[in-house]
Design a protein around this ligand. Structure first.
Ligand code: ZN
Ligand code: ZN
Length: 65
């Protein structure tokens, strides 16, 4: 009896992590423990590409130290 399932990325049956963003079940190789996301979500949120909904303005005129 295994509690694991098929990895949503590679399709192998040793997935034991759940992405905290999309909820996909992924294996250790396709999970980013530092983020709690699968590699696909980690690539979206950590790849420097900003998606809609971020509250940081692109125009940095208001930055001050
Ligand atoms: Zn995998
Ligand atoms: Zn994900």
């Amino acid at each position: 009896m295994s509690a694991t399932g098929l990895c949503a990325v590679c399709g192998e049956g040793n997935a034991e992590y759940t992405c905290d963003r999309c909820g996909s079940l992924v294996c250790e190789r396709h999970y980013e423990p530092s983020l709690g996301y699968c590699v696909e979500c980690a690539g979206e949120v950590g790849g420097g590409r900003q998606t809609n909904g971020n509250d940081q303005p692109e125009n940095g005129d208001t930055y001050q130290f």
